[in-house]
Design a protein around this ligand. Structure first.
Ligand SMILES: C[S@@+](CC[C@H](N)C(=O)[O-])C[C@H]1O[C@@H](n2cnc3c(N)ncnc32)[C@H](O)[C@@H]1O
Length: 243
């Protein structure tokens, strides 16, 4: 059997080959807006608040587990010095294609976000981490690394699924169906199914408590509720040693 990260990489590569929507990348219109000073970083049907990323021009930004041709190219078009770091070569190919076709400077690195040892202490101003921590067993390992590679006053923006995504199962009852809370948190997909899909449902304590325990000060929070009401995502803005 593959180790968990090899399996996640294969799972993501397979999804990209099947045309998953979160690998669609930035549109020409989105890139043009970013170039003209109107950067909008999508968070499902919402976006990262402007004040969270104000002044990002010229800043060193790590798009952590953030390939797919969306955040990296948009941030580069807005004038940031961008490194996209991701486990999936197929996701990184999306950034390579957009960087080439749009003539954008983007550093593209393949790796596992649990180990950022190839980056020096304090070498980034911002880390943007789209939903991805559900693929690692311990978010705190990632938070520790993020804290290390950010400089003083550095900003860490992460998005993740709320535990409600994993607590409930849908029950078919021959009528409208309903959700039933059945899974105690934390959740690990392989406890219920020995299929190849690997996903972790972390508690809010692991997420918010983990950020705080690593030294971050959380100064922004928002949520995005999807049509399926058990699909709820949140996003935090956290700062290292606020000045
Ligand atoms: C849902 S996609 C998010 C990217 C997308 N740009 C977005 O806006 O949602 C999750 C990403 O996390 C990456 N990923 C998962 N586990 C990872 C790990 N351990 N290290 C680095 N990247 C990882 C996947 O390869 C994938 O590109």
């Amino acid at each position: 059997m593959k180790n968990i990260f090899e399996q996640v990489e294969k799972n993501i590569d397979d999804l990209v080959a099947d045309g998953v929507d979160w690998a669609a990348g930035a549109s020409k219109e989105q890139l043009q807006s970013a170039r003209t000073g109107k950067l909008r970083l999508p968070f499902f049907d919402r976006s990262v608040p402007d004040e969270w990323i104000r002044g990002i021009w010229g800043k060193k930004v790590l798009c952590l587990a953030g390939a797919g041709g969306l955040q990296g190219p948009l941030l580069a078009a807005a004038g940031a010095e961008v490194t996209v770091f991701d486990l999936s070569e197929k996701m990184l190919d999306k950034d390579r294609e957009t960087a080439k076709s749009e003539n954008l400077q983007i550093k593209i690195v393949k790796g596992n976000m649990c180990d950022l040892s190839l980056f020096c202490d304090g070498c980034f101003d911002y880390i943007i981490n789209p939903p991805s921590l559900m693929y690692v067993p311990q978010p705190r390992v990632v938070f520790r690394e993020c804290y290390r590679v950010l400089g003083k006053g550095g900003v860490f923006i992460m998005a993740a699924p709320n535990p409600i995504n994993y607590v409930c199962d849908y029950v078919e009852d021959g009528k409208d169906g309903y959700y039933k809370a059945v899974h105690k948190m934390p959740f690990y997909s392989r406890d219920y199914d020995d299929a190849d899909w690997i996903e972790y449902g972390h508690t809010m304590e692991e997420y918010l408590g983990g950020l705080i325990a690593c030294g971050f000060v959380i100064n922004g929070y928002l949520e995005c509720q999807m049509e399926d009401i058990t699909e709820l995502y949140f996003m935090t803005r956290a700062v290292k040693d606020p000045v």
